[in-house]
Design a binder for this molecule. Sequence first.
Ligand code: AMP
Length: 449
Amino acid sequence: MQFKDFGLDQRLMSTIEHLGFVEPTEIQQKAIPAAMTGQDLIASSKTGSGKTLAFIIPAMQRLIRNRSLSKRDPRVVILMPTRELAKQVFTQLRLFTAGTQFQAVLILGGENFNDQVKTLHKDPHFIVATPGRLADHLSQGHFYLNGLELLILDEADRMLDLGFSKQLKQINDAADHRKRQTLMFSATLDHAQVNEFALALLKKPKRIAIGAAHTEHKDITKRFYLCDHLDHKQALLDHFLKTEKYQQVIVFTATRSDTERLATLLSDQGLSAVALSGELSQSQRNKIMDGFSKGQQKILITTDLASRGLDLINVSHVFNFDMPKHTEEFVHRIGRTGRAGSTGDAISFVGPKDWLSFKNVEGFLQQSFKFDVVDNLKGKFKGIKPKKENVVAKKKASSPAKDQNKKTQPRKVVKRTFVSHDAGDMPMLRKKTTLPINEIDKDVDLEID
Ligand code: AMP
């Protein structure tokens, strides 16, 4: 199938050809014709699959071909969970609106409110926004949504996780009329709040699921390394930055302070590294992301702020310096590499504090991972096993009758644990997986082997 088979307006086709796109990706093949019929959609698609054009193209087609419902109101609103993602969608949208009569604006939190009021008074056709700030402008009557034709919710699961449900409802209610179409995209459709929301917002939606969120991305090689502590992780990172052939690298850490610390450490070694964290002002964040996407730095160290959607085609390696707290973020983080058909490497460090997250990722992806080793950087940590097994082992070991076996008995246990670290062999954890993650944390008394 090719883009020309969609029956798109010739002006839109020229733009697509000009941008060099010939064959639609899988999500585009399914979502574009469905959206062009005017029906509501709920779609899941793996990261980097071409989701943005799957909604921009039908939106443009609609604006070109249909008469607007109102002269002043925006015709399309696209909502994204983070400022970075919204900026990225806006950049792609501008490639399509350039040279047309359609105006697109970007409304983000953290930027000048009054400037945005002026922008909204210019009656743009497209608004790309983060939900909080847009809802503020709506409450204050800086624009109206009676003429809205298309509401697009991208990364709906993340917006709901971030607590934007009130704002999304408010925006939806302000635009709730018969002719309104809604396209909802989510990394996963197995998300209770997304489904609840879809029921409330969408009219007989078509469901499109392209590769569940946990589908393996074939172009990304995943490697895992056991680590004893922070210094060990740092030594491994140094090693890989010396030995791997990389173009650009993103290192994900658990804390904001670690982003700064690592960036300073790597810069001191003469590497080109920069930290991006939520502590920075929006203009600082923009500057860092712009610089990195232009290749001005080789290494970006960040928290999950940059885990979703950012389209950085030169990222050859992603490091999970710490495993993510939320399991699905693993998929988003590693999806920053292997973009648009190129290959990538995802290297994860698993220390005692990361163990539970690691096991959860295995469960989520329905795979067991083996650990790789760097010869002169082997550690002692071999994984964590449930305490119960240890207690049994200790009892046996301390029993007088078994005293003669003291030497062999504990050794057996160590060996068993050693095997378990690559086989997902944790019977107690498996038994408890019906509990929420925080309950698992409390309930299974874990102990380092
Ligand atoms: P997205 O999932 O929307 O972030 O897109 C990921 C990358 O794929 C972006 O760099 C797009 O420009 C690129 N892309 C989107 N659609 C196509 C297509 N049909 N053919 C080739 N590349 C595409």
